[in-house]
Design a binder for this molecule. Structure first.
Ligand SMILES: O=C(O)C(=O)C[C@]1(C(=O)O)C=C[C@@H](O)C=C1
Length: 373
């Protein structure tokens, strides 16, 4: 045996010993998670054991402890999967998402819930809402805004008449790829993609495929599906879609903005407790003149609450009336937000809580500055 072989055998023996420990510890952890489950009630479906606030706390701890050599997102992913597996001891949770298979929304589902869930692709955002409301799905995941393209108005509008709650947010870095069976750019006659993705890659397409026909379709996964047997066409889609539909990526990371990020919301039928670092979304409506919005927002300022977003949409059936979507820091069950919301209700108009939920854990990972990457 050469010296190199001996060193290799030695390191592998140490890895084997560690694997035994890791496996024992994971099994021990799973047993403790089952113990927690028993205290919540035996034989309930997984959705009844799910505690997003606790999961966020566990994952924040993982990030704080990480000293490398694994990157923050890798170590998060591993612990995410361990918790997902611990939870899926009963029937897996059913999570509806904007499909078909291979969309970024599906990727958001796995990033947030891990792979031990049943992800159910839906044809439209409204179908995701319907599945959760009707109880066919335990939770739903829908896109809400993109850092390059702005808000997904269709999702906002669906909240206006929905009784569902927001119980989580997911931030996903969006990397676009040019998928094609063509050997080079010169063989491409048309490009399919979702309109949002065409817009996010506008500059790249202008420089690299000038004059080529750009065809918007319902999703990037649908674009990939169309290109499967059309070697003269290309699709803009994720690498997951490339794998599912068996199409090579001719170019990767073709998005114009390096930090192109999409935010998704998790919707469900219940409300959850504070996690220690939460956000709250609510809806404001009222017909009492321009001073009303100012009066409604004043308590937020008085209590020093940070408002991270305000979005207005036309109120359905009321010409020139608006509905305002507001995001603030804090949980509605905790002061100072609970106090501010009580004061807002006294002003008049309607203040409807859409949900309080843990801030996306991945938002703690600085883009391009990832610890140990
Ligand atoms: O702490 C709990 O409430 C658990 O059920 C355990 C656990 C975990 O594995 O850490 C599992 C599922 C919940 O969503 C949250 C956490």
């Amino acid at each position: 045996m050469s010296d190199t072989d001996k060193r290799l055998a030695d390191v592998r023996a140490r890895i084997d010993a560690l694997d035994v420990d890791i496996q024992r510890l994971i099994s021990e952890r799973a047993k403790l998670a089952f113990e927690v489950a028993q205290t919540k009630g035996e034989q309930l479906p997984a959705a009844d054991y799910y505690r997003p606030e606790r999961e966020a706390q566990v994952l924040r701890g993982v990030l704080e402890r990480n000293q490398g050599p694994l990157s923050d997102s890798e170590i998060l992913r591993l612990f995410r999967e361990i918790m997902s597996a611990c939870l899926a001891r009963q029937e897996p949770m059913r999570v509806a998402y904007l499909g078909p298979e291979g969309t970024f929304t599906q990727q958001a589902v796995y990033t947030h819930f891990g792979h031990s869930v049943l992800a159910m692709g839906q044809a439209g955002i409204e179908n995701v809402f319907e599945q959760v409301q009707g109880g066919e799905a335990d939770f739903g995941v829908v896109p809400i805004e993109n850092s390059t393209q702005g808000v997904v108005t269709h999702t906002l509008d669906l909240f206006i008449d929905s009784p569902l709650h927001i119980c989580g947010e997911i931030e996903l870095r969006i990397h676009h790829n040019l998928l094609t069976h063509a050997n080079g750019l010169s063989g491409i006659e048309r490009v399919y993609a979702h309109q949002q993705s065409l817009s996010q890659c506008r500059e790249w397409l202008r420089r690299n495929l000038p004059g080529v026909e750009l065809l918007p379709v319902s999703s990037n996964a649908e674009a990939a599906r169309r290109v499967r047997s059309a070697p003269e066409a290309a699709a803009i889609a994720s690498l997951t879609a490339a794998e599912i539909y068996g199409i090579p990526a001719l170019f990767s990371n073709i998005e114009d903005q390096q930090d192109n990020t999409t935010r998704f919301l998790v919707i469900g039928r219940e409300r959850f407790s504070p996690s220690g670092d939460d956000k709250t979304s609510f809806l404001l409506t009222g017909d009492e003149g321009p001073g009303l919005l100012h009066a409604l927002l004043a308590p937020l300022a008085t209590h020093g609450l940070n408002m991270s977003r305000i979005e207005s949409r036309p109120a359905p059936g009321r010409k020139w009336s608006y509905v305002f979507f507001i995001d603030v820091d804090g949980h509605a069950d905790e002061a100072p937000l609970s106090t501010a919301m009580a004061e807002m209700e006294k002003v008049g108009g309607e203040v409807r809580l859409l949900g309080s939920y843990p801030r996306a854990v991945t938002s703690r990972i600085q883009a391009g500055n990832e610890k140990a990457s």
